[in-house]
Write a protein that binds this ligand. Structure first.
Ligand code: FAD
Length: 190
């Protein structure tokens, strides 16, 4: 099984970076092969341009998109790590999905309707939040985000979301609580 970490956080000292390091370490300990796409380090261009649209599906896919599509093609499991910003994903990741999960690669319009093209691939999502678990549950934000990511994004491309972890309120909980979260990451089965 090949694993691909797609990581979106600008700060190398962030808690998200600690999560990424723990995931990488856990995969290594479990003998799993993994590649990492750090979108800020890559200086990923998130803006879907007219050229991207007109060239999608023909043999002129821009080189940066082609590279990422090759990583995704080769992966069995995508592990997507990012904070929740404005109740969604950071813009750089949204733009990665806009450009890389293109028509003809991730989905296609078929006679019977829209068809996902990435079936067989699995997705794990790890999200951090500023807000507490109680309000995410009380106001339905947790279910809404899970639904949108699971069915609206990855499921649309026929990928299966096998786990969606939320690590709540990380800026305001204690250092011990954050360390416990990282210990839980170490125990995840990949
Ligand atoms: P950081 O701020 O990097 O770190 C949090 C704490 O963890 C810090 O004290 C840091 O020192 C500590 N830390 C770092 N490494 C370790 C380690 N190895 N072990 C233990 N502790 C460590 N939240 C919402 O809930 N909903 C929103 O809609 C929302 N919108 C936002 C929009 C924007 C533009 C921004 C900037 C934030 C938003 N937030 C929102 C808050 C955001 O989700 C959280 O700030 C983020 O998830 C915290 O993760 P981080 O990696 O950025 O944490």
């Amino acid at each position: 099984m090949k694993y691909l970490i797609i990581y979106a956080h600008p700060n190398p000292l962030s808690f998200n970076n600690a999560i990424r390091e723990h995931v990488e370490e856990a995969l290594k300990k479990q003998g799993k092969q993994c590649s990492v796409r750090d979108l800020y380090l890559l200086k990923w261009n998130p803006v879907l341009g007219g050229d991207d649209l007109s060239l999608a599906g023909v043999e002129k896919t821009p080189a940066d998109i082609k590279t990422e599509q090759q990583y995704i093609k080769e992966a069995d499991v995508l592990i997507v790590i990012h904070p929740i910003w404005w109740f969604g994903m950071p813009a750089v990741l949204k733009g990665y999905i806009d450009r890389v999960f293109s028509s003809g690669f991730a989905y296609e319009y078929a006679a019977e309707g829209i068809k996902g093209l990435l079936s067989g691939k699995k997705v794990m999502i790890i999200n951090t939040t500023g807000g507490p678990k109680e309000s995410y549950e009380k106001f339905g934000f947790k279910d809404a985000l899970s639904k949108v990511f699971k069915d609206g994004t990855y499921g649309f491309c026929a990928m299966e979301v096998i786990n969606h972890e939320f690590l709540f309120a990380v800026p305001t909980i204690s250092q011990e609580a954050r360390e416990e979260m990282l210990a839980q990451i170490d125990k995840l089965e990949f």
